[in-house]
Design a protein around this ligand. Structure first.
Ligand SMILES: [Zn+2]
Length: 506
């Protein structure tokens, strides 16, 4: 069957000439030149191939590959979601093929289609979803998926190409990456708080402030008065807002001279450079050449704490049942609200609720806490929690891990049958094994911290009371999908009726 509605996929590569130092002209202009050159040639070659094969091309999809190695959660053609490299053009082509809008695919080269082995697997799924398979061709002839042997070969080549394209990317940004890899400062004009612009030397006065901020967030600062300390929950630390106000009161200067805000406090303490780590493109790439101002372990605790905090709401004011209770009248979520008689949960009118249902916060929290602890005391419940800790956010990573492990087996088989050489096998294997290692690391890191902490506690009740509001909510929602709050029955007087809290069936 000759495709009459084929799609041509061309990738925009910002490839710099190897001797890029020779003519240091405007970078943008050069990129634009490369851009048009890259696409023009690819499209020409693709169309020529189509003409030779008698295919009709109805669509050319160009794709920018600057974000080639950022992974995000995306929707697959079969409706499920998974972690994938962000490639909207490739995804659009896949969807069109899956829906029948296109009936064939042409690309320049295998690694233009599928630099990431998972992309290739998605393409294979789509190609094999039809009988006969959807035809796929490439200008260089490197991509064929016509039969099982083709597919296996494509998998191996993709694994190897995946590595070489990473190498290309590395060459392109050689200088910055070398600096990053060696842990050296990035250079450039601005300076981060705590370090000098030239030489990236720690500035002791600012380093002191950074250590102070860390301590105030972690709740172990020795600069609080006894009175201040009493008001603080060491588990929660001091709010960013209050820290900013404190620095401002003492007229501690910022880098720019602007006022301290919760945002700038968060920003200065969140920089990996503070922990003696070198960051590159938003990711920590290793130890820096300079010393840590805040020890790495402590800095990670700070980051973990900040991640657990809502950006705008001070945790001490945040009620942990927000997001757990629903209105029985209009089914809106009740929100923590400051009422005349103290905090309560309310079907808040300003937030689109009906305003009719409210419940005193301390009573609702006390009752649900009692129910949670009772539940936790029951046999089998802890087991169920452990399963939750096991499955929640880690499904994607587990799926990836399983895929990678399967791929390793396939490759070993191919090597045993001498379908690939030892260097090919070794190279492919090292790539996959590295990813498996990453997945495993991710799995341990992602298992909800909170559940692990609670499950590890000798005394679950004590463990529970030590949890933050956010963590408590996570646990409640792991146990019960939520509660519906019934109206207050006035005939019962002012007494609190626990029956107003009706658990939602799973
Ligand atoms: Zn309501």
């Amino acid at each position: 069957m000759t495709p009459q509605r084929a799609v041509l996929l061309v990738r925009i590569s910002y490839r710099k000439p190897e001797d890029d130092d020779e003519q240091a002209t405007d970078e943008g202009a050069r990129r634009r030149r490369e851009f048009s050159k890259g696409i023009g040639r690819q499209e020409e070659d693709g169309r020529a191939l189509a003409a030779r094969l008698g295919w009709n091309v109805v669509k050319v999809i160009p794709e920018d590959d600057t974000s080639a190695f950022k992974r995000r959660k995306i929707k697959l053609p079969d409706g499920s979601t998974a972690l994938r490299t962000v490639r909207p053009g490739f995804r659009a082509a896949l969807e069109g093929l899956a829906s029948g809008e296109y009936d064939g695919l042409i690309a320049d080269d295998l690694d233009r289609v599928a630099r990431d082995p998972r992309d290739l697997e998605d393409l294979i799924d789509v190609v094999e979803s039809r009988r006969p398979r959807i035809p796929v061709e490439s200008v260089t002839g490197s991509l064929r998926l016509a039969n099982d042997a083709d597919i296996t070969m494509a998998r191996i080549m993709c694994a190897v190409a995946n590595k070489s394209s990473r190498d290309t990317a590395r060459r392109v940004t050689r200088k910055h990456e070398e600096l990053a890899a060696e842990g050296k400062p990035p250079g450039g004009g601005y300076r981060g708080y705590g370090f000098s612009a030239v030489g990236h030397e720690p500035i002791e006065e600012e380093a002191k402030i950074l250590r102070e901020i860390a301590a105030r967030i972690l709740g172990d600062w020795d600069g609080w008065t006894n009175e201040e300390r009493e008001r603080l929950d060491p588990e929660l630390g001091e709010s960013l807002h209050s820290i900013a106000a404190g620095l401002q009161r003492r007229s501690v200067p910022t880098v720019t001279g602007a006022r301290w805000t919760d945002r700038s406090v968060r920003s200065v303490i969140s920089k990996p450079s503070v922990a003696g780590l070198r960051e590159y493109r938003g990711e920590v790439v290793g130890k820096a050449v300079w010393d840590a101002i805040v020890p790495q372990e402590r800095w990670e605790q700070v980051r973990a704490r900040l991640a657990g905090r809502n950006r705008t709401v001070d945790l001490r004011l945040q009620r942990w049942l927000t997001g757990v209770l629903r209105c029985s009248q209009c089914s809106h979520m009740l929100m923590g609200w400051q009422g005349n008689n103290g905090p309560r949960y309310w079907c808040a009118k300003p937030n689109g609720g009906c305003g009719k249902i409210a419940i005193k916060a301390s009573l609702a929290e006390g009752e649900i806490e009692r129910q949670v602890l009772e539940l936790l005391g029951q046999e089998g419940v802890l087991q169920r929690l452990r399963t939750v800790a096991d499955t929640e956010v880690t499904d994607d990573v587990r799926a990836e891990l399983a895929e990678d492990e399967a791929q390793l087996k396939v490759m070993a088989g191919m090597f045993a049958r001498r379908e690939i050489t030892f260097p090919e096998y070794r190279e492919g294997r090292s790539i996959i094994e590295k990813r498996i290692k990453e997945s495993r690391a991710l799995l341990t890191a992602r298992t909800p911290r909170v559940l692990r902490r609670l499950l590890g506690a000798e005394d679950v009740a004590a463990g529970w009371s030590a949890l933050t509001a956010v963590d408590k909510r996570e646990i409640v929602l792991a146990l019960i999908p939520g509660y519906v709050v019934m109206p207050h029955d006035r005939s019962a007087g002012n007494r609190f009726d626990p029956g107003r809290l009706v658990p939602v069936e799973a």
